[in-house]
Design a protein around this ligand. Structure first.
Ligand SMILES: O=C(O)C(=O)c1ccccc1S
Ligand SMILES: [Mn+2]
Length: 262
């Protein structure tokens, strides 16, 4: 079978429904939960605003359109290497310079939904990844690794989604050795269903925010606030994540999509 035949089979599968497209992005709007950092060290992304220019009225009789006030790291979004100091010098480290070949890739989905339900500070470790590989197959170079926690169930309530108390945010994520292992495996990147790619407590890890630090140090990518990972198989989904081509952008909201066998 030629590569052209493979593409034709993909097209047929999409048209017949034999290949389903799963929406893995949350709706983006003023209610979208956004990261809250300690005010003593950082400014935050301002809330999303959607402003109507016209809606078939006197300021635009036949058309409707809006303008947006929108941070790069809002909602379901893509983290580029330029987002972190460890990735600041890559010439292909901004969303407008990343090779688009990387915007479509296979995905490994690690189901941590039960562990996250039991412990909001749950961390996925290297040992757990190795155990997963023994059951589902090796994580290969160029593939996404996505942590399923079903945290998207809290998307409608920022308080629950961010889950912070006087000790800080409590949301699941990767351990340091988890990301170190993925970089050894030359994974394409790491994705989560929480507000960021790191665990809520990651500011106190060494290095701080290890997912950001190590992914972007290796010129690799992050995805945050993904939805519907419960609809994806452990292996076999093809993930489509093309960020907006923002000039020298550090990230972008992204309509993440997964192609899966029906
Ligand atoms: O990239 C993000 O959206 C994110 O999660 C983040 C951004 C800036 C500082 C810390 C973090 S943890
Ligand atoms: Mn981000």
């Amino acid at each position: 079978m030629t590569t052209q035949d493979t593409l034709a089979q993909l097209a047929t599968g999409l048209l017949t429904g034999a290949i389903k497209v799963i929406d893995c992005a949350a709706t983006l709007g003023p209610k979208t939960p956004l990261l809250k950092l300690p005010p003593e060290i950082a400014d935050d992304t301002p809330p999303i605003e959607i402003h109507k220019i016209s809606e078939y009225g006197d300021r635009g009789p036949f058309w409707a359109w809006n303008w947006l006030k929108l941070g790069e790291h809002s909602g379901t979004h893509y983290d580029a290497p330029h987002h972190w100091i460890t990735g600041k010098d890559y010439p292909d480290g901004a969303v407008d310079t990343i090779d688009p070949q990387y915007f479509v890739a296979p995905a490994n989905v690690i189901d941590c939904s039960k562990e996250a339900a039991a412990d909001p500070d749950f961390l996925l470790t290297k040992d757990a990844l190795i155990a997963w590989e023994q059951e589902h197959g090796e994580i290969k170079a160029g593939e996404w690794v996505l942590m399923r926690t079903d945290w998207d169930q809290y998307n409608e309530d920022a308080g629950t989604f961010l889950n912070a108390d006087e000790t800080g945010p409590h949301t699941p994520g990767p351990s340091v050795d988890c990301i170190e292992y993925l970089m050894e495996k030359k994974a394409l990147g790491w994705g989560t269903q929480c507000v960021g790619t790191d665990a809520g407590a990651a500011g106190g890890f060494e290095p701080p925010y290890p997912a950001h630090n190590l992914l972007h140090k290796n010129n690799r990518y992050g995805l945050a606030s993904l939805t519907n990972l419960d609809k994806l198989p452990p292996k076999g989904a093809v993930f489509i994540t093309a960020p907006l081509k923002i000039e020298n952008g550090t990230g972008s909201p992204v309509r993440a999509l997964a192609l899966v066998a029906a």
